[in-house]
Design a protein around this ligand. Structure first.
Ligand code: GLC
Ligand code: MG
Length: 532
């Protein structure tokens, strides 16, 4: 086998996450669509990413903006048609871009024909496709389980006199994965998209897939702080991360592998590393990439980030390929979490750590969360407490300085950022010092330097502000240094060489001077002289 063949495409790839509602509208309804994505694929190829992951575009009543699916094997008319999807896929492949689609196995919409049947009577053949339970003698829900979006996870069904379970919105009843008919039906969904030619799946809400059969109460969370999201008042030990989930995952994996060994399965998982790594499955027979979400919540300091990387590297099994996520449609944007000045160093970190990076659309422009006034709020998760709403991180992509940022000719479904006239692709593309140009340079560098994608990781330094590490592949060794503090930082003496890339307007290609100090928020990629 040649050197290049030992790694799968998704180990070297950078994944770009698109929220279809917000990327590009082509029919003036203010909502992004598949044709819009197809039009913008040239931009993504220019940017230099390798794969796109699309959040759901399937028929949906949109109670959770597409994560409540009423037909898994079609396209919602809002987003277009199956033909539009085929065109998107065909053009993406022609441009060398892989396409990963969202797969939502945990629940359907309550308007899915399966659930409509299931709730029609207790003896309907689809009754056992969902999780139904009797009330307690006093009529209250079967146990104390809570929904991620707030309130009890049980919804009363008057007609049949039972409760059904929903981990998320009441319009998202959970499927019963212990039922072999459900498994077979959901494997059929995978086959449908695999046959159409998708390169893989991002599997939604994977830790929720199996629930305790005895319906035991979840214990209280001793670390819960008053005022936090009510879901966090409990430890979801009986509703998430159940041991049986791994059996279900290997079933999915068998379906995937039936279509060759080149498709990827990414599991959406919010878990500490010791639990997370179990999702690689025994011998790597689980998901290829259990999502590592820890950059989203770890304090942005050199020491905590260095500790995070070592903890992760130490937890990974030999067959487990790492991955890093900097942001997504469920969390505040990185430029808002750590401040727009530090977003550049974050780009360097994401694209030089060992493991497959996932970028979130608009982060390459340094887009920030957009405050959405209550009367324009759309996200059901924000109902319990507006500050939990995810709308601010889902606003339209900023393409140019025209009134709706080139996103739509209609009224955007969420307000545009007030900075879109300055912060957009058209303005940043010709500017060599823009964050967009930085992302593009990083993506090019990563593509041309296997050390940055598949190389080993060696920590070099973590002081209060400076984080430095080396990435090495074959004879090639590259050094990365980031100043995560608020004051200039001296470089360690071991860090000398030629600057390959900098987040500030420094002379790339020039040797570093021994006295060089990194500016606050600055990051460098350096090629040691004389060694490589
Ligand atoms: C995942 C999705 C999120 C959705 C939830 C329910 O966490 O990322 O957006 O609300 O699942 O499907
Ligand atoms: Mg549209």
């Amino acid at each position: 086998m040649t050197e290049g063949r030992r790694h799968r495409w998704w180990q070297r790839a950078v994944i770009y996450h698109i929220y279809p509602r917000s990327f590009q509208d082509t029919d003036g309804d203010g909502i992004g669509d598949l044709r819009g994505i197809t039009q913008r694929l040239d931009y993504l190829q220019w940017l230099g990413v390798d794969a796109i992951w699309l959040s759901p575009f399937y028929p949906s009543p949109m109670a959770d903006f597409g994560y409540d699916i009423s037909d898994h094997c079609s396209v919602d008319p809002l987003f277009g048609t199956l033909e539009d999807f085929d065109e998107l896929l065909e053009k993406a492949h022609r441009l060398g871009l892989r396409v990963i689609v969202d797969y939502v196995p945990n629940h359907t919409s309550d308007e899915h024909p399966w659930f409509v049947e299931s709730r029609s009577s207790r003896d309907n053949p689809k009754r056992e496709w969902y999780l139904w339970a009797n009330p307690k003698p006093d009529g209250s829900p079967p146990n104390n389980w809570r929904s991620v979006f707030g309130g009890p996870a049980w919804e009363w069904d008057e007609r049949t006199g039972q409760y059904y379970y929903h981990a998320f919105h009441r319009k998202q009843p959970d499927l019963n994965w212990r039922n072999p008919e459900v498994r077979e039906a959901m494997y059929g969904v995978m086959r449908f998209w695999l046959k159409r030619g998708v390169d893989g799946f991002r599997v939604d809400a994977l830790r929720h897939l199996v629930k305790d059969e005895e319906l035991r109460d979840n214990p209280p969370n001793p670390d819960f702080r008053e005022g936090g999201p009510s879901y966090e008042a409990q430890l979801p030990v009986y509703t998430t991360d159940r041991p049986e989930v791994h059996r279900m995952i290997s079933g999915m994996r068998r379906v995937l592998d039936g279509y060759g060994d080149d498709r990827v399965m990414i599991g959406e998982l919010y878990l500490p590393f010791d639990r997370l790594v179990l999702y690689y499955g025994e011998g790597g027979r689980g998901v290829h990439l259990p999502t590592n979400m820890h950059l989203i919540t770890t304090p942005w300091s050199a020491r905590s980030l260095a500790a995070l990387v070592s903890e992760y590297e130490a937890a990974l099994p030999p067959y487990g390929w790492p991955n890093w996520v900097l942001g997504n449609h469920d969390n505040p944007r990185v430029a808002t979490r750590i401040g727009p000045e530090k977003a550049r160093a974050a780009a360097v970190l994401l694209l030089t750590l060992r493991g497959t990076p996932t970028m979130y659309y608009g982060d390459e422009l340094g887009m920030t969360d957009v405050p959405v006034p209550p009367h324009l709020a759309r996200d059901p998760a924000g109902k319990e407490a507006p500050h939990l709403g995810r709308d601010p991180a889902r606003t339209p992509m900023q393409w140019d300085a025209s009134p709706n940022a080139g996103f739509t000719t209609g009224t955007p479904w969420l307000p545009l950022s007030s900075d879109h006239r300055r912060r957009n692709v058209a303005v940043q593309r010709p500017d060599p010092h823009s964050i967009l140009s930085l992302y593009r340079k990083l993506l090019q560098l990563r593509r041309s330097e296997p050390a940055l994608s598949i190389g080993s990781y060696e920590p070099l330094e973590a002081t209060s502000s400076l984080l430095a590490y080396a990435r090495t592949h074959a004879e090639r060794r590259l050094l990365v240094a980031l100043n995560l503090g608020d004051a200039p930082a001296s470089l360690p003496r071991t860090l000398q060489g030629r600057i390959l890339l900098s987040t500030s307007p420094r002379q790339e290609g020039q040797p570093l001077q021994p006295s060089t100090q990194l500016l606050p928020g600055e990051a460098l990629v350096v090629e040691p002289l004389g060694l490589s």
